[in-house]
Design a binder for this molecule. Sequence first.
Ligand code: ZN
Length: 129
Amino acid sequence: MSIHVETDGPIDVVDVTDQVAADVSGIASGVCTVFVNHTTAAVSINEAEPRLIEDIAQFVETLAAPDGWAHDELDGNADAHLRTSLLGRSVSIPVRDGELALGTWQSILLIECDGPRDRSLSVTVVPSA
Ligand code: ZN
């Protein structure tokens, strides 16, 4: 299963929890993995509170200086690659009774570091035996 997201702006944080939840309905129990199929976007789990979303975007900018990297000679986006290396490209979430077993304040967040772009995430569900 895949999720497609159009991001907005150079750095963007998009809540994809509802799209992932739709992919696990009907699964009694298991593990759901969400994997970002890109080198300049990341995925994380955190609270989707609007001010925190702003804070995350601001924090991401501090993770790497905007220029001065060797890869910039190729396509000028080394900062995005470096930021996503720190943030990570997959999360695993338990599934119970057809629902994501997330904590009350947990949401699945796509973190764009080189947008705007069309992004895809792979959702893989492994049912428990
Ligand atoms: Zn690049």
